[in-house]
Ligand binder design. Structure first.
Ligand code: HEC
Length: 163
């Protein structure tokens, strides 16, 4: 190979590698492949049954537990309300009310919360929340309030250090 063409090829490869590293929103095809893989391969627990009943008490309890830290990324309503960086993560933070997410079984949602989704920004709750806490959150996820109806997480109010 002539030196010139070597550098041309090398340059192209380097450009592609760099482009691959840039944070861009995933395209339609990529999203479809990732969704399929997550729903059928990655995420376990498909047939695990939720032992927590969907009563108003439990929905409220799930909301309170969700408010412990999930709100920082998912908003109080699970629909990213007020979360300034929701669209800047890769992949972006999805609305938990969306069809894609509601399509998971209760057991799969429990698995996602417990194990997180590597290598995205979705952290594992193992060792932080109990099994019952997580199942109770799943009940809340099935009864999310209308988008925006609960306001924004306090942490984004801008007065973190207010006395
Ligand atoms: C640091 C930010 C962050 C926190 C805190 C967080 N999540 Fe997530 N969550 C994400 C991101 C990013 C995704 C998208 C992951 C993906 O699509 O691979 C996600 C996705 C999800 C999903 C959908 C899975 C999917 O296929 O996209 C569920 C359900 C979820 N989170 C629930 C929770 C619950 C419940 C909590 C609290 C116990 C929580 N998350 C805390 C960032 C976060």
């Amino acid at each position: 190979m002539r030196l010139g063409s070597f550098f041309a090829v090398f340059g192209c490869v380097a450009c592609l590698a760099l482009a691959g590293c840039k944070v861009t929103p995933p395209g339609k095809a990529e999203t479809a492949v990732v969704q399929w893989t997550k729903h059928t391969v990655t995420v376990g627990g498909k047939h695990d049954k939720n032992p927590v009943q969907s009563t108003p008490d439990k929905i409220e309890a799930g909301k309170q537990t969700f408010g412990f830290y999930c709100v920082v990324c998912h908003g109080r309503d699970g629909q990213n309300t007020g979360v300034p960086f929701a669209g800047n993560m890769s992949p972006p933070i999805p609305s938990l009310a969306s069809k894609e997410i509601q399509r998971y079984s209760d057991g799969q949602l429990k698995w996602i919360i417990e194990n997180g989704l590597s290598p995205s920004g979705m952290p594992a709750a193992k060792g932080i929340l109990s099994d019952e806490d997580i199942w109770t959150i799943v009940v809340f996820l099935r009864h999310l309030p209308p988008a925006g109806s609960l306001g924004e997480p306090r942490t984004y109010s801008g007065d973190e250090y207010a006395k």
